[in-house]
Design a protein around this ligand. Structure first.
Ligand code: ADP
Length: 754
């Protein structure tokens, strides 16, 4: 419950954070647009326009000090009419000087009631209220109306004549003007003289030749300071007809500078764009494959070469140029799509999975269709309907993009801001890719902002991704190490388990064997005892007492044998259980072995067996241990030696101290006989439970448990036991026990005394 609540809280906080970030981002975006709008409106605002003369008065304007200006208003527009300077009654001289010297080309032109079009000029409709946008005059057709109210039907707007009058300081010398773009066939007349001609202006639609022209002209005002510019523009196919962008006017140096800067700007914008693409790829693949890296370089080279070939020299004819341009945009759209798809990766595995994002597919398709049309029929795209269709498409794409991001943002709180930024950027880029800004000779502030934003984001993403990548690499290494460690320990545990399993299997096998041995060894004496009992029960009257006694003696022997077996089993079981109680105390082995020797010396009386003992006189051969158990060890060894040695055999018992240079001393006990020995093949098994060598079976007694009990006891005391034997020659058993330390012995004895 509490975790759920805290989870909810963090979720809410995340959503809130995303919301705040989103709002901040949108505010910044809005600010950028407002700045762009305001800055773009600065053009022409410094100009004084004299409504009476219909002229722009630039006499107070110092180009040297204040720089160039943009002539974006003050134009007169005559739609649907291809007029020539003659139509204005202007043939290379000031109409006012013609008009009986009434005009005063002085500082008070503003007060001059005479219109520049007066005089011999024909009475032509003069269009007013023309709104001039930063995009030029493209939509003038709708807004312009003639003062005479006789509006000609304008089926092809943009087709018409532009005229502007400027009054310059008389001594200004040569002035330069820059027309970034005039669509599509036009003639520039200055003071009645034809300065520039683009395309072919003809009476028939078929005769008009399409052209997008940039023009840089040099003009000198007339003696009275008047510059009269008349530009008849024709266009039957494009909605972007006429003068698309306000021209700049300034000193020739200033205008050259614009040109220069524009070219530089175009190059830098392209370079930045290309950098963004590289970044996108870097983000997408982190250079996992070298081939892709070469591919980016190829694209960069194509972009740069196209950019330079198009802007600096244009060696190709229209078709090739168009093909190049289309290819370039197609590539750009493809890599841009990849870039943005990398920002919302659907599947990081492969590039095609990334492109499966619907918005990316939609955008890429739209651009491809657009470009295909552009390639097949460029004129088609200049129809108003296709522009509207394209704009709608771009709007849909962008809205979808934003919706998708706004929908996704709360779900992926961490990524929300990035999605939003990338969506905004995608929208901007895809919009400008479809409607390529015609202002290529301006330095549009908004594109500065956009490029900086894009580049900043790209940089940010790169840093972020690279950092993540580094972190992941580090994690991976750590993880690999951890996995290796774990694998090793698992392997170790596994090996332990395998050996444990083997031990268990062996134990189980041993247990089964033991069960069968035990039952067999117990059944044998019981069967014998029952046999004797039956003999006694069925005894005839003439059965002698001696015979009965013999039966009874045999029965006694058998029951002792059984008792011994049971005793052995109990011992063994106790020893093998982990908590076998070994009562540790100082044990004097010398006395223990000496007593045993005395005992078995007596037992061997009557046989010819010889028993010998060899022990140091001055050493108690003390060890720490359980005296009863240790007694059992030596007794067993001596009994075995006696049992498996013929009557004339010899048994040697030796015990001595082995002095160790390092660590504690050992007590070494050896029991040797020259008896039947043990076959070499069987020697390794004699310490196993119930194991009896084949040559031992001649001796009925013996359970095969003795040596395993001995080994168990010795090992419990931290000692070692082993046997050496040659069949028919004899056997030697060695026991090594760690010698008790003197102080331990003292302590123990003190305790005992206490
Ligand atoms: P057992 O009761 O049969 O003596 P042990 O565990 O004491 O059982 O001995 C196991 C086997 O080791 C014996 O059956 C015998 O084959 C062999 N063995 C032990 N001690 C000697 C020895 N001193 N000489 C020959 N064989 C021996």
């Amino acid at each position: 419950m509490t975790t759920d609540a805290s989870q909810n809280k963090t979720d809410k906080r995340k959503v809130l954070r995303v919301f705040v970030r989103t709002v901040v981002f949108l505010v910044i975006l809005l600010a950028v647009y407002v700045i762009v709008l305001v800055t773009n409106q600065r053009h022409g605002q410094n100009l004084i326009f004299d409504k009476e003369t219909g002229a722009i008065d630039l006499r107070q304007w110092s180009f040297e000090d204040q720089g160039r200006n943009y002539i974006d208003y003050g134009w007169q527009f005559y739609p649907n009419q291809l007029l020539t300077p003659e139509d204005f009654g202007f043939v290379g001289e000031d109409p006012r000087t013609k008009d009986s010297g009434k005009a005063k080309p002085s500082s008070d032109v503003g007060n001059n009631k005479d219109s520049p079009t007066s005089g011999n000029a024909p009475d032509l409709p003069h269009y007013k209220n023309v709104s001039i946008t930063t995009n030029g005059w493209t939509n003038l057709g709708f807004d312009a109306y003639p003062s005479s109210e006789t509006v000609p039907v304008m089926s092809d707007f943009g087709f018409g004549t532009y005229r502007i009058l400027m009054i310059m300081p008389a001594d200004c010398g040569v002035v330069a003007m820059d027309f970034p773009e005039i669509n599509h066939a036009a003639k520039i007349y200055v003071n009645g003289n034809l300065l520039s001609e683009f395309g072919e202006i003809s009476e028939s639609r078929e005769g008009y030749e399409h052209e997008e022209a940039y023009s840089d002209i040099r003009v000198s005002p007339q003696a009275n300071g008047i510059i009269d510019i008349v530009i008849p523009c024709s266009n039957f196919s494009s909605p972007f007809g006429g003068i698309a962008i306000p021209p700049a006017v300034g000193t020739p140096e200033q205008i050259d500078a614009i040109d220069m800067v524009s070219k530089m700007w175009v190059s830098s914008v392209m370079t930045l764009f290309v950098l963004i693409i590289i970044t996108g790829f870097y983000v997408s693949f982190t250079f996992r494959r070298k081939l892709k890296y070469y591919y980016f370089i190829l694209i960069i080279l194509i972009s740069i070469s196209y950019e330079f070939s198009d802007k600096i020299f244009n060696p190709m004819n229209g078709d090739w140029n168009r093909l190049l341009q289309t290819t370039f945009f197609l590539l750009m759209s493809f890599v841009a799509a990849l870039y943005f798809s990398s920002l919302y990766p659907k599947n990081a595995e492969n590039v095609f999975a990334r492109i499966k994002n619907w918005d990316i597919v939609l955008i890429a398709t739209a651009i491809s269709v657009f470009l295909a049309f552009y390639w097949i029929s460029p004129d088609f795209l200049y129809y108003k309907s296709s522009v509207v269709a394209n704009s709608i498409l771009v709007t849909i794409i962008n809205s979808y993009n934003f919706l998708r991001v706004l929908y996704m943002t709360p779900r992926y709180a961490e990524e929300g801001t990035f999605h939003l930024i990338s969506a905004a950027l995608a929208s901007i880029i895809f919009s400008t890719m479809i409607i390529r800004s015609p202002q290529i000779f301006f330095i549009p502030l908004h594109s500065v902002g956009i490029v900086l934003m894009i580049f900043g984001t790209a940089l940010y993403f790169t840093v972020r991704y690279v950092n993540n990548f580094k972190q992941i690499s580090r994690f991976t290494i750590e993880l690999e190490n951890a996995v290796q460690d774990k694998t090793r320990s698992i392997a170790r545990v596994n090996a332990e388990l395998v050996s444990m399993n083997q031990t268990l299997l062996k134990n189980e096998e041993a247990r089964k064997k033991m069960m069968s041995n035990v039952s067999h060894d117990l059944r044998t004496p019981i069967t014998a005892i029952r046999g004797y009992i039956e003999l006694i029960m069925n005894a005839k009257a003439n059965t002698t007492k001696d015979t009965i006694n013999t039966y009874l003696t045999n029965m006694h022997t058998r029951s002792v044998q059984m008792e011994q077996l049971i005793e052995d089993l109990v011992q063994l079981t106790r020893l093998e259980s982990d908590n076998a109680d070994i009562k540790t105390q100082a044990v004097n082995l010398r006395d223990m072995i000496d007593n045993l020797y005395e005992l078995y010396l007596m037992e061997s009386e009557g046989s010819h067996k010889k028993l010998r003992l060899d022990m140091p006189k001055d050493d108690m051969l003390t060890v720490m241990g359980d005296p009863n158990r240790l007694l059992r060890v030596f007794e067993n060894l001596i009994v075995n030696a006696m049992r498996y040695t013929p009557d004339d055999g010899q048994i040697d018992i030796r015990a001595f101290r082995e002095i160790a240079a390092l660590g504690g001393d050992n007590i070494h006990i050896i029991v040797r006989d020259d008896g039947i020995g043990i076959p070499a093949a069987e020697l390794p098994y004699i310490f196993d439970r119930f194991y009896r060598a084949t040559n031992a079976s001649i001796h009925k007694s013996g359970s095969g448990l003795g040596l395993s009990i001995v080994k168990s006891i010795v090992e419990k005391h931290g000692g070692r036991i082993w046997g050496e034997s040659v069949e028919k020659e004899g056997s030697t058993f060695h026991v090594i026990l760690p010698a008790g330390k003197p102080q331990e012995m003292e302590q123990k004895s003190e305790e005992e005394e206490g």
